[in-house]
Design a protein around this ligand. Structure first.
Ligand code: TRP
Ligand code: ZN
Length: 882
């Protein structure tokens, strides 16, 4: 009948064209009849003209639609003639509407064949929804924009045997049995919300429940809904949820507002999780844990995602975004909140290091590539493409800088003011920063450049010490490379936390504003000097402590100075950073020297010293001896010669293993433990060091290491140790270890084939295998029963894993890896555009590579671009990268 299709148009939406909605929706009532061959949705909208003086006056009502078969339209009880409403691919226009009216639409949709995983779809046996950013228009015609807030009631009707559990946002108000084995449930959400926070679920689900008593004594019913077989995997998520609820009360004064909070776990999901009001929907990978199937890293990730989605209840739901250009208003702030939560629950320094490592490897790369955009983008074609490292992670850094500049008390006053003033409203990033400005009396004009300019600033530092005067001068220069559409950048306001390290640790010094051992210096100009006095010895500057701003910092450290920082800096983050700078310079040397290159003796000694330092947190030792990842090594470089970088890194690992094999072994033995598994920071720290040691030990060619690895694989009671042992064997070079690895992989699959989340890890492990010719193995796995091209987790682990965790094979100089990716991207695009647009990322970096590779990569991008009928998602990414 009136089926619409939105492919084809590639319109750009601009922030500067924002206009208030002409109409608002007071109440939204959905009646959904779920069926196996199509479902029907009746939407009843109480609509009125937006009374705001700045709202445009429009005679016609225009609603968003996406792949809806519109059956009929009723205005104030009268069925509308076909000439009063018009359909295009993306709009339903109702002509000449009154100032206030009720519109009822009936549509037919097909969740059973919806593979985009947006709107209403089926994941295995259950129905579920994903509406952010623009999925609600796939369910019912609507003003599908975040600045239209409405009160929702939802009625679900479904077969009772197949779908005994029927959920939506808010409180359950009615549950009734109907004839023909059907039943219905009605839910009512008292809080007005934008459509992107709507959710519903129907399935045969079991629940784990608990309760939480809020700071004002209200009792909240907590529920996690999963498939019955997963009931034993919810404890950690539940504990994390309760901790997050308490933390948000204590840290931000935020209390939960409904009487019930539900989490539903689904297998097929485009991202980690979604903060729908009172009904969060999670990727099973972000909820389910138990020691036998979940690694330490995963435990910590689940804790962070559960907290993140919970924190959105205030930063996102109660105070929401005016439009999607403000995405970082909720995402940057919420990532900052969840990272502080994780820091409080675990080790603050370790958490900070992990955050910065990822930021440098992925966000810096994004900021230096063709898809670079400001934290507040000025334009987009497809908003799904802007759920990025920049909006999330750099956005969090920008909030962190505000917290740093204000200090904890003022920052809390700022967030209190923000939540209070804008509760129930859809606001902008400027509204948030405005609160910080008001409570502090500071001017944040220049600071706004962090939101409006893309690119990673570079800060170059020189210094001069005058022993006679005991004075020390630092000279800072800032610049920022051009990014698409922004050839010239204004200077940023860069907070640089710094100290001076002498032989015995931090030095005292005096400056304009006082004295002490640490200073928060504000770099606002292109070039700026800092004079320090009373400096009793020639210091090593410890700059950008705790990574106080998301910049690249250049200071020409000598290796003995880096060793001094690694040993004596009181800032744990900077001790780690010095170890990384040291490793980076060693790897650069090896790269230049080629196969004959030798690691500096002092570097090997520094690693040895770390291994025997009993004062240090083992997690710190692990992080410090871990060489920078390939992503970090190629990031920010041009004309990349991949073999040289890869070989340098492999050679460094081998040299360390050979030189310190005995010590790696000894440390491994020392850290072995028979303690019952718990995902605590202390245990995780020990396991992380232990497992780095076994990998190095294995690389030292000691045959005993292979036995130890095998033993750990067979006997460990937790996935962290099992996966670490298997991962080490899988990437070992000795023939005996490779054969063993094959057997172990097979054994692993036999043991775990019923656990989807483990099968996903199994796929990723094989994808990452560095053995020559591994592409053939990956290709064969595409037709393995364990693989599913419609499941984003599986696609990401196998195809994504091969292209990101296996640089040697993916970047094979015959171009086979690139061709493989291009073909898979095109295939995936017809199934799930969001996943395809992310999967293509490695190819978008073609300009960074040296000639032969860069044209091979570009050719594959061009091949994708030449396909007709690409999704808007993939089209935008590919066109911008060519
Ligand atoms: N808002 C969600 C989060 O931060 C993420 C999200 C956005 C999402 N769009 C999505 C999740 C689409 C799944 C599908 O945490
Ligand atoms: Zn979020």
């Amino acid at each position: 009948m009136y089926t619409s299709d939105r492919s084809g148009d590639q319109e750009t939406i601009f922030l500067k064209n924002y206009r208030r909605p002409a109409f608002l929706i007071e109440h939204t009532d959905l009646w959904v009849e779920l069926g196996e061959q199509g479902s029907e949705v009746r939407g009843t909208l109480d609509i009125y003209r937006n009374p705001h003086p700045d709202a445009p006056h429009e005679a016609d009502l225009v609603l968003d639609i996406d792949q809806l078969e519109v059956l009929d339209c009723v205005l104030d009880g009268r069925p509308l003639d076909k000439d009063r409403w018009q359909l295009t691919a993306t709009r339903l226009r109702v002509e000449q509407v009154p100032d206030r009216f009720q519109l009822v639409t009936r549509v037919r949709i097909h969740p059973e064949s919806n593979t985009s995983l947006m709107g209403l779809y089926k994941s295995r046996t259950m129905f579920c929804t994903q509406c952010e950013a623009e999925g609600f228009r796939k369910i019912t015609p609507y003003l599908d924009r975040p600045d239209v807030l409405s009160r929702f009631t939802t009625t679900l009707v479904a077969d009772k045997a197949k779908y005994p559990v029927l959920l939506s946002n808010g409180n359950l108000v009615e549950q009734v049995d109907l004839d023909q084995g059907r039943h219905r449930a009605a839910w009512e959400d008292p809080f007005p919300k934008p459509s992107y926070l709507f959710a519903m679920v129907a399935g045969s689900l079991s629940q784990v429940s608990d309760r939480f008593v809020t700071c004002t004594g209200r009792e909240i019913d907590l529920r996690i809904y999963v498939e019955p077989k997963d009931l034993d995997k919810c404890a950690h998520a539940l504990t994390s949820l309760k901790r997050a609820m308490r933390w948000d009360e204590e840290t931000y004064g935020r209390e939960y507002d409904l009487d019930i909070f539900m989490i539903v776990a689904v297998d097929d999901f485009n991202m980690g999780a979604m903060e729908n009001k009172g009904l969060n929907i999670f990727n099973t990978s972000a909820v389910l844990t138990n020691p036998a199937i979940t690694t330490d890293q995963r435990f910590q990730w689940v804790e962070a995602v559960v907290a993140h989605e919970y924190f959105h209840n205030w930063s996102g739901n109660r105070v929401t975004c005016r439009d999607w250009f403000q995405l970082s208003l909720k995402e940057g702030f919420t990532v900052f909140r969840d990272s502080e939560f994780s820091a409080d629950m675990n080790s603050r320094t370790v958490k900070r290091i992990e955050t910065v490592r990822n930021l440098r490897a992925y966000q810096f790369a994004e900021d230096a590539g063709p898809l670079a955009h400001p934290v507040q983008p000025p334009a987009y074609q497809e908003i799904n493409n802007f759920y990025t490292q920049t909006v999330y992670e750099k956005g969090a850094e920008v909030v962190r800088m505000q917290a740093t500049l204000l200090g904890p008390e003022l920052f809390r006053q700022g967030t209190d003011r923000y939540f209070e003033r804008f509760d129930g409203q859809a606001v902008t990033i400027e509204d948030f920063v405005g609160c910080m400005q008001e409570v502090s009396g500071r001017d944040f004009d220049q600071f706004m450049n962090w939101y409006r300019q893309a690119g990673t600033p570079l800060v170059e530092v020189d210094d001069r010490y005058d022993a006679d005067r005991q004075s020390y001068e630092l000279v800072f220069r800032q610049s920022c490379p051009a990014t698409p559409g922004q050839p010239h950048k204004e200077p940023f306001m860069i907070p640089i936390r710094l100290g001076l390290v002498g032989h015995q640790g931090d030095l005292e010094f005096s400056h304009e504003a006082g004295q002490g051992t640490e200073l928060l210096f504000e770099l606002t100009q292109t070039e700026q000097r800092l004079q320090l006095s009373g400096v009793t010895e020639k210091p090593v500057p410890s700059l950008l402590r705790d990574f106080s701003a998301p910049v690249r910092l250049n200071y020409a450290y000598r290796s003995d100075q880096l060793i001094q920082l690694m040993r004596a800096d009181t800032n744990g983050f900077n001790r780690w950073n010095a170890s990384q700078d040291y490793a980076l310079s060693e790897l650069r040397n090896l790269e230049q020297a080629g196969t004959a290159g030798k690691l500096d003796k002092a570097f090997i000694e520094a690693v040895a010293l770390l291994l025997t330092d009993d004062q240090l947190d083992p997690a710190m030792v692990a992080l410090m001896i871990l060489l920078p990842s390939m992503e970090t090594l190629v990031e920010g470089r041009q004309g990349i010669d991949l073999e040289a970088i890869w070989q340098a890194r492999e050679s460094a690992r081998e040299q360390l293993a050979k030189a310190l094999g005995e010590q790696f072994k000894a440390t491994y033995m020392k850290l072995a433990s028979s303690e019952a598994y718990a995902p605590t920071a202390a245990q995780i720290a020990r396991r992380s060091l232990k497992n780095i040691c076994i990998a190095y030990w294995l690389k030292s060619d000691d045959p005993a290491a292979i036995d130890a690895c095998h033993q750990q694989f067979m006997q460990a009671d937790n996935m962290t140790d099992v996966a670490a042992a298997l991962g080490a064997m899988v990437n070992a070079t000795q023939a005996s270890a490779t054969t063993l690895a094959d057997q172990c992989l097979e054994h692993f699959y036999q043991r775990w084939q019923a656990e989807n989340l483990v099968v996903t890890q199994w796929l990723a492990m094989q994808a990452s295998r560095q053995a020559p010719g591994n592409l053939a193995r990956v290709q064969a796995l595409l037709s393995h029963p364990a693989y599913d091209a419609k499941n984003p987790n599986k696609v990401r682990s196998l195809i994504g894993g091969f292209c990101t965790l296996n640089p040697d094979n993916f970047h094979h100089k015959n171009g086979s890896g690139y061709e493989f990716l291009a073909q898979q991207v095109v295939k995936t695009d017809s199934v799930n555009p969001q996943v395809a647009a992310r999967l293509v990322t490695p190819l978008t970096k073609w300009k960074n590579y040296a000639e032969a590779r860069s044209s091979l990569m570009r050719n594959q991008l061009a091949y994708i671009a030449s396909q007709s009928g690409l999704s808007r998602d993939l089209r935008e990414v590919v066109d911008k990268s060519l």
